[in-house]
Ligand binder design. Structure first.
Ligand SMILES: Nc1ncnc2c1ncn2[C@@H]1O[C@H](COP(=O)(O)OP(=O)(O)OP(=O)(O)O)[C@@H](O)[C@H]1O
Length: 256
């Protein structure tokens, strides 16, 4: 990749100390280029979720600066924050779908950042946005479930709906916080394959946090290892040798 490509995500001396004094992140520096598939690994309580949530400012960092396409999300307010957040889709371990709503309605909520609140109250989505939602459901091969209630779907299907919701947002980045932790092995593969396809074919940068080193090695282009809030490994997947992995996982597991 050429040197002139601007990082899509940058951490500049980022630390996060929770209000109870727990250190979540310690002086993290990193630059993620467009199109990377980054997997963050480390022991339970190491700070993986804290790192992910700092990217879209689901929580504030204590020190340092997080930049998205060169603009500080740490300092952004109001509309600027909304505009930066539109570029970042997120999927969660527990899917975060509205169970009683249809698949289509759930996927359309990916567009909420583009509308004033009053339109959302009345559920007024444009025809273009409905098309975006259908297209996204096509990408994860769930077109036939458009009018099904979310809670009628299997866990893997629900996670793919949440991927479609993130895609409908037309993000540059997808954050996946333990996306497969509640899924069985077969469904896991399907969800990871979808994320890989979106990354390769649509060029969307993916940052995922996984408990399985095997999956990290199978899907990531780059692995970041976190131990006790510090970045202890950062390199291409080929350099994540057994020794490097053992080093990331050395130390004590903390209750997260
Ligand atoms: N809201 C919070 N308030 C206080 N401490 C927190 C909070 N959230 C996380 N922590 C602590 O911060 C540290 C890092 O937590 P984090 O959830 O980022 O770890 P993790 O690597 O994602 O763990 P897991 O793999 O178990 O999800 C842990 O010690 C955790 O207990």
């Amino acid at each position: 990749m050429s040197e002139s490509v601007k990082p899509v995500i940058e951490f500049d001396h980022v630390s996060k100390i929770y209000s109870n004094g727990v250190v979540g992140l310690k002086d993290i520096n990193l630059a993620i280029q467009p199109g990377e598939f980054v997997v963050v690994v480390g022991l339970s309580g190491a700070g993986k979720s804290t790192l992910m949530r700092a990217i879209n400012r689901l929580h504030d960092v204590t020190e340092g600066d997080v930049r998205i396409n060169g603009t500080s999300i740490t300092k952004a307010k109001g509309k600027q924050l909304l505009h930066i957040r539109r570029q970042i889709g997120m999927i969660f371990q527990n899917f975060n779908l509205v169970n009683r709503a249809t698949v289509l309605k759930n996927v359309l909520t990916g567009r909420v950042g583009y509308y004033p609140t009053w339109k959302m109250i009345f559920g007024l989505f444009s025809a273009e946005d409905k098309q975006r939602a259908y297209d996204a459901l096509g990408t994860v091969e769930l077109q036939d479930k458009v009018y099904t209630r979310a809670d009628q779907l299997s866990g893997g299907q629900q996670q793919r709906v949440s991927i479609a919701r993130a895609l409908t947002q037309e993000p540059q980045i997808i954050l996946a916080d333990e996306p497969i932790a509640s899924l069985d092995p077969q469904t896991t593969k399907r969800v990871m394959d979808d994320l890989q396809r979106i990354n390769r074919e649509m060029g969307i940068t993916v940052v995922a946090n996984l408990h399985s080193v095997e999956l990290a090695q199978a899907y990531a282009t780059r692995i970041i290892g976190i131990r006790a809030g510090e970045k202890v490994f950062d390199g291409p997947v080929a350099e994540a040798t057994d020794e490097a992995i053992a080093e990331i996982y050395s130390g004590e597991e903390k209750e997260a």
